[in-house]
Design a protein around this ligand. Structure first.
Ligand code: TYD
Ligand code: MG
Length: 440
């Protein structure tokens, strides 16, 4: 029998240490080691085991994933077409962003019965919120508990067997069989493992709410992200009303899709036309602004790019990229300088993708370049012009995928897509102010 032994586990990365230490050797964080009970397994002892059954790949059959319609189009889209039965989904985001609101709200339209386990709020608070959201709760059972074994018993109860389970939040759950404190890595991980086993054996989907810590990671273990099937992030600026739901891991679908919501006084409203939302309030007649057509998964979206170039007071000028890759910004600045004679060397440069979007596709290059050109030369880009295209090191414009979809979205929104230019010089001519380019 393996002997239980006290070990120390890092609450950030989950690395196990035989002795306590001030700093974790796994992730370098300080004061993150916590006591945990481990077992020192002996591989030499020749213990008992049950033989592993092997199967020829050709003999393994499967049915298509069975999915439950959540009744919320934007959530279905991010999940890849609905909740897969037997899957465990982690929904994480900052406190107050709207995780509980989203999950309670889907209970209104979801097909099937739901067990909503609340470890954070009282049943009364949930009821007040449900009334605000217009959730009548015919199909909804609320359980106020943090005791994992009792919750699992409730899920397995054949009389109330729910079709979907929501756990709000996983950090408040505890297994009494484990001595670690509530919210510790060991507790969170073991509770999740127990729920995964239940989800797989009963073939029901379980949604876990996970908090993010101040660094933006899911509190406690990164390991949580590895063991669940799908990880969704709910993000947005809390001062603004819109929220973006994004899959960062999805075993049953793509991770490119985003869902857009707007927080209203009666809950979250789906935004089916994100382009209109992202472009609303766009200033006109101002330099440094261009419109980008980007693909978020299968959906083309128009977004506003803003750039500012100001005289620098620093020895090495600042470059700040918000929602865009910093190195890619430096590359575009270098191409503009070398190929187009636009000198940013004495300027601080700030680039911002409006609306909290993060763009990683190279198709954004052209809009960034146009916004920078417009900011430096103080000219305005025609208001109804949208662009997309990758910029090569020679200043050439390279083709990007999904041209047809992008052009269609531009036209639908009443924008003219800037297409058919083979290099930056042609683009600047097309924009109509090529003569303003400053040569050294
Ligand atoms: P909540 O779902 O409790 O956040 P989380 O579970 O992620 O911590 O959302 C809380 C915020 O949402 C709170 O600041 C109030 C706001 N809210 C609305 O604006 N409208 C609504 O209809 C509801 C229910 C909440
Ligand atoms: Mg909550």
């Amino acid at each position: 029998m393996a002997k239980p032994k006290t070990v120390y586990e890092c609450i950030e990365c989950g690395k196990v240490h035989p002795k306590w230490n001030g700093q974790c050797s796994g992730c370098g964080a300080w004061n993150t080691l916590e006591e945990a009970i481990g077992t020192v397994a002996s591989v030499k002892g020749g213990g008992s085991y049950s033989p592993v059954r092997t199967q020829n790949l050709a003999d393994i059959s499967y049915d298509d994933d069975v999915r439950i319609n959540t009744g919320t189009g934007e959530l279905n889209r991010v999940l890849g077409g609905g909740l897969v039965v037997g899957s465990v989904v982690l929904l994480s985001g900052e406190p107050g962003i709207g995780k509980s609101t989203l999950l309670l709200q889907i209970c209104r339209d979801i097909s099937g019965s739901v067990l909503y386990v609340t470890g954070e709020e009282s049943s009364r608070q949930i009821k007040i919120r449900a009334d605000r959201l217009g959730v009548d709760g015919e199909n909804l059972q609320i359980a106020q508990s943090t005791d994992m074994l009792a919750i699992i018993a409730a899920i397995e109860n054949p009389q109330s067997k729910p079709d979907v389970v929501i756990i709000d939040s996983i950090q408040t759950m505890r297994l009494d069989t484990i001595s670690s404190t509530q919210g510790s890595v060991t507790q969170v991980r073991e509770c999740t493992n127990a729920l995964i086993a239940v989800a797989k054996s009963l073939e029901i989907p379980i949604i876990l709410v996970g908090h993010v810590n101040k660094d933006g990671g899911i509190a406690g273990p990164k390991v949580l992200e590895h063991i669940v099937d799908t990880v969704l992030y709910f993000e947005g600026d809390r001062r603004l009303s819109y929220r973006i739901l994004r899959a960062v891991k999805n075993r049953f679908g793509s991770t490119n899709e985003i869902g857009v919501f707007e927080m209203r006084d009666k809950g979250l409203r789906e935004v089916e036309n994100p382009s209109a939302m992202l472009l609303s309030g766009r200033p006109t007649g101002v330099s440094g602004i261009s419109v980008l057509c980007t693909m978020e998964g299968t959906r083309p979206i128009l977004a506003e790019v803003q750039a500012l170039a100001t005289k620098s007071g620093f020895t090495s000028p600042r470059r700040v990229a918000n929602g865009f890759d910093y190195n890619r910004l430096c590359l575009i600045l270098a191409v503009l300088e070398k190929r187009m004679g636009l000198f940013f060397g004495a300027c601080d440069v700030y680039v911002n993708i409006v609306g909290g979007l993060t763009i990683s596709e190279p198709a954004a290059d052209l809009a960034i370049a146009l916004a920078l050109y417009s900011a430096l030369c103080d000219i305005t880009i025609p208001e109804k012009l949208a662009c997309f295209g990758e910029i090569g090191l020679g200043g050439e414009i390279r083709n990007v995928g999904n041209t047809q979809e992008r052009v269609r979205e531009c036209e639908r929104m009443g924008f003219t897509p800037l297409i058919g230019c083979s290099n930056l010089a042609e683009v600047f001519t097309a924009v109509g102010s090529a003569e303003n380019i400053k040569k050294e």
